[in-house]
Write a protein that binds this ligand. Structure first.
Ligand code: EPZ
Length: 427
């Protein structure tokens, strides 16, 4: 097992390039199952969640060719049995996209109940409600979700809450269903639009993605497509926080500034300067950071996946900031770790109160999930002395070459093997 060792105090300067979006890639790669011809997908991030998705695809019989480091060709014509093996899928959340994609293609699917970051209760009732509305029966037995439909027929689906995963699964399962499906109260995240664009480039008929009503008219045939995944909004946001926290001055390349608006707005409130260009932004700090309040919400609100990183920044902002988590029940597990570094944070349910301190100090800490790990990296970059972060497999699930990218920006960070540890069970 490895750990990151960071000596804090260096300002981040220079240029960093953002990779393709994790949460788009983990939906778009399984979506290639629906195509009746091979698809080429570009701008794929080299992260462990994507490797697992590709492994699952090949295990169920698809052929996946690496064309280069960030481009794959997926040919799903040889998939015979729409069952995803239990061990492969149960550790990651996005494995549930195989339910929608396999159901949409074969009218049946068997996939293990999804895992993923432990952020509190993560039911899949809205996914099942949608599959049922389209005509599928479901079973949950021995940890596996089974779906079966005689045929899929378009339906009206109203989601009780705004859910990214169920909105994506609704598109995947309805794209070849007979007739019209209308999804109401749909999620509007950039990766929802990206998936719709990918499916439409294959010949699907999806309208309204990015609004809260999505209309899908089923088609019989989906041709192959060549498609490039959007840049990762959360990776970009994480570098924005890291640059700001170190009082640095750097350019972040390969971004869609529009996707970063809610993050930019909050950073500007704390006194950070952000300048937008066509596909890059400059972030710099020339005055003391000040408090702000943040509430996480579905897009276009402030993303929950940026909440821990924002908290890390606010630990050293003047004044008292309040963070309210509006999506997940339990996304403050990283707070104990930040406290070890001298952060002054109290948590009551879904609300964290952060009193800015002059400095953090390095400490041994543990990444409790992916974005928590990113927050600890940011804290390590600003802390006095050395921070050692363990359980970094969480971080590597979602950030491509983060150590190399941070080093290039001037951070003092190395990855080291933990003496005496066995190989990480990296799933
Ligand atoms: C996606 O998770 C992301 N994961 C998460 O990113 C992200 O935090 C989340 O969306 C919200 O933006 C992937 O894209 C793989 P939801 P998802 O369905 O789809 C409740 C990261 O750090 N809900 O939008 O699982 C649920 O409990 C990760 O990259 C139901 O009640 O999230 C939550 O409170 C972590 N029933 C809310 O909806 C359901 O059937 C939003 O969840 C589904 C969800």
């Amino acid at each position: 097992m490895d750990k990151y060792v960071i000596c804090g105090g260096n300002r981040l300067t220079g240029t960093v390039e953002v990779s393709g979006a994790k949460n788009a890639a983990v939906a778009i790669i399984p979506a290639a199952i629906l195509a009746d011809e091979p698809c080429i997908i570009e701008n794929i991030p080299n992260i462990s969640d994507v490797s697992i998705i590709i492994k699952i695809l090949t295990q169920i019989g698809a052929s996946v060719k690496m064309i280069n480091k960030s481009t794959i060709e997926v040919d799903s014509s040889k998939i015979m049995e729409p069952t995803v093996p239990y061990e492969m899928a149960r550790h990651m959340r996005a494995s549930y996209y195989f339910l929608g994609a396999l159901l949409g293609k074969f009218n049946r699917a068997r996939v293990s109940m999804p895992g993923g970051c432990d952020l509190g209760d993560r039911p899949i009732d809205q996914h099942l409600k949608c599959f049922k509305a389209l005509g599928a029966e479901y079973t949950i037995e021995h940890g596996m979700v089974g779906l079966k439909a005689e045929k899929l027929v378009g339906a009206q689906v109203y989601f009780d809450i705004v859910t990214v995963g169920a909105t994506i699964n609704a598109m995947l399962s309805a794209v070849k269903a007979k007739g019209l499906t209308v999804i109401e109260n749909a999620a509007k995240e950039p990766h929802i639009v990206d998936l719709a664009n990918f499916l439409n480039s294959m010949g699907a008929d999806i309208m309204g993605a990015g609004t809260d009503v999505i209309k899908i008219r089923g088609v019989d045939y989906l041709k192959g497509a060549r498609y490039a995944i959007i840049p990762d909004q959360i990776e970009a946001g994480t570098y924005m926080m890291a640059i700001a926290a170190t009082k640095g001055d750097a350019i972040i390349k390969n971004v869609i500034p529009k996707h970063l608006e809610s993050i930019t707005a909050k950073l500007e409130k704390t006194g950070v300067n952000v300048e937008e260009y066509d596909d890059s932004i400059r972030v710099w700090v020339d005055k003391p950071l000040v408090k702000t309040n943040v509430k996480t919400m579905p897009h276009p609100g402030f993303p929950t996946d940026m909440q821990p990183q924002m908290a890390a920044l606010l630990t050293i902002a003047e004044g008292t900031s309040i963070i309210t988590e509006g999506i997940w029940d339990n996304r403050f597990r990283y707070v104990d770790e930040l406290r070890r570094m001298g952060a002054d944070i109290s948590v009551d349910g879904k609300v964290a109160v952060i009193s800015g301190t002059d400095k953090l100090t390095g400490a041994p800490v543990r990444a409790t999930d992916l974005r928590a790990g990113a927050a600890l990296l940011i804290a390590g970059l600003i802390a006095e002395g050395t921070t050692e972060i363990e359980d970094i497999f969480h971080i590597e699930r979602g950030y491509e070459e983060i150590e190399t990218k941070l080093k290039k920006l001037g951070a003092n960070i190395v990855k080291k093997a933990i003496p005496g540890s066995t190989l990480a069970k990296a799933l």
